[in-house]
Design a protein around this ligand. Structure first.
Ligand code: HAM
Length: 403
């Protein structure tokens, strides 16, 4: 039986790839002074229905549990983070700089780069209203991608200002319940025929097209762009007012990372959400963050051959040519493992040639042959690269292998 559509099996090579990806994510976030946290994969349904917006609520995996609670599997981390910080913010110095790598679940229409589960690096900065925080966070997003060896030739951050659009809609007296439809039309501007967008925008169409075609003034974006330039990251962004973000809670500068080839969906997305903690937890703290999934990034790294993790291997293989000495061999195996040496041996009688073959296939550097010589306190150690074999006293085995 295969896995459910949109859910992945991680065979060892896939796990090795995933671990290497996570360790680069962790190292970069830590380099920026972010510390790791985690939360539960199942939350009250209400946490999402309250503030994340129609798009994500329609994609929730939700059910009523045996205690009659309406629950949902997390579709993103931001509501959990907002809930956690609102409850415990007094215990932490501001700004809070936290990261997490949750697996999240969305019942999405399946397409390239979009599955029904993915892992998502989340980096969030809470308690800092200054635009320097936006610069810091966007720099982290850029540097996370650079840490994999990607350059400004490979990806670009599309920067936008959601507040600009909110002010625009307010100035046109558009009621709040219609904003979502307008944002959707703007978001799909590049992907849908102009006439279709015009139809969706109605009387706003001309003005919106003018902004999308020619840009608009935004002091917020000027400041953020200057901040990125000051850090030497001026080649990594472009201003793009079509970015509005699907989630409802964003309030200020927003951004998405894309590959330059335009082949893939967004690599990452985020922005400011200054009202979410107040709305969810009654605590007025400014906040911003981004999420970067493992699916699109993984595809890009594979295509560019940038992340090639070595599969785990053992160092020593204990060869048992004569079953008479299996117990002694097992004792030696245990000693090697106690000393921190990754080691293995055959679990049932096996031809000696096959044992050496296993040793090589498993990546062992040494084979330790345990035969009658064990009665004299020695074993034969074979270096597999040059096939040289020497007799070693038992008490010298571990120093020899570690040396
Ligand atoms: P998002 O734009 O919904 O934002 O997701 C962020 C990233 O997660 C996307 O750019 C993409 O790489 C990946 N992603 C999203 N959906 C899928 C999917 N179905 N399959 C594979 N990858 C996917 C958020 O989730 C916000 N909560 C991010 C955030 C954190 N904002 C502030 N802090």
């Amino acid at each position: 039986m295969p896995s459910l559509p949109g859910f992945r099996d991680f065979y060892p090579a896939d796990c090795a790839f995933r671990n290497a990806l996570f360790s680069t994510w962790r190292a970069t976030a830590q380099r920026y002074g972010f510390v790791e946290y985690d939360g539960p994969p199942l939350e009250e349904l209400e946490l999402y229905t309250k503030k994340s917006g129609e798009e994500i609520v329609g994609q929730l995996y939700h059910f009523v549990d045996k205690g009659e609670r309406a629950v949902a599997m997390r579709s993103e981390m931001t509501p959990t983070l907002a809930r956690m910080v609102a409850a415990a913010h007094r215990d932490y110095k501001k700004p809070i700089k936290w990261f997490s790598i949750p697996q999240v679940f969305r019942y999405e229409r399946m397409q390239r780069g979009r599955l029904r589960e993915h892992f998502q690096l989340n980096c969030d900065l809470i308690g800092e209203a200054s635009l320097e925080a936006d610069v810091e966070l966007i720099s982290l997003c850029i540097d996370t991608l650079r840490s994999f060896g990607l350059t400004d030739k490979d990806f670009v951050i599309r920067l936008s200002d959601r507040q600009f659009w909110v002010d625009f809609l307010k100035s046109k007296n558009i009621p709040e319940d219609q904003w979502y439809g307008v944002f959707q039309a703007i978001d799909k501007f590049d992907r849908q025929p102009r006439e279709k967008t015009a139809e969706l925008l109605g009387p706003l169409a001309d003005e919106v097209f003018n902004i999308l075609d020619h840009g608009a003034a935004s002091e917020r974006l000027d400041t953020v762009e200057n901040g990125l330039k000051a850090r030497g990251l001026g080649d990594y962004y472009k201003r793009d007012f079509t970015i509005v973000r699907g989630l409802a809670y964003y309030t200020g500068v927003v951004f998405e990372a894309f590959d330059r080839s335009g082949e893939f969906r967004a690599i990452a997305g985020g922005g400011r959400y200054d009202n979410l903690l107040k709305n969810l937890g009654g605590v007025d703290l400014p906040a911003l963050g981004f999420g970067m999934g493992d699916v699109v990034l993984g595809e890009i790294l594979k295509k560019k051959e940038l992340l090639k993790p070595a599969t785990a291997s053992i160092q020593a293989y204990v060869v048992v040519p004569d079953e008479t000495y299996r117990a002694e061999a097992a004792g030696i195996l245990q000693k090697l493992r106690d000393a921190g040496i990754a080691a293995d041996m055959p679990l049932s009688p096996t031809k000696i040639g096959k044992q050496f073959q296993s040793a090589e296939e498993r990546g062992a550097t040494h084979a330790v042959v345990v035969d009658a010589e064990i009665k004299n306190g020695t074993v034969a150690v074979k270096t597999l690269a040059d096939r040289k074999q020497v007799a070693i006293a038992l008490d010298q085995l571990i120093p020899t292998l570690k040396g």
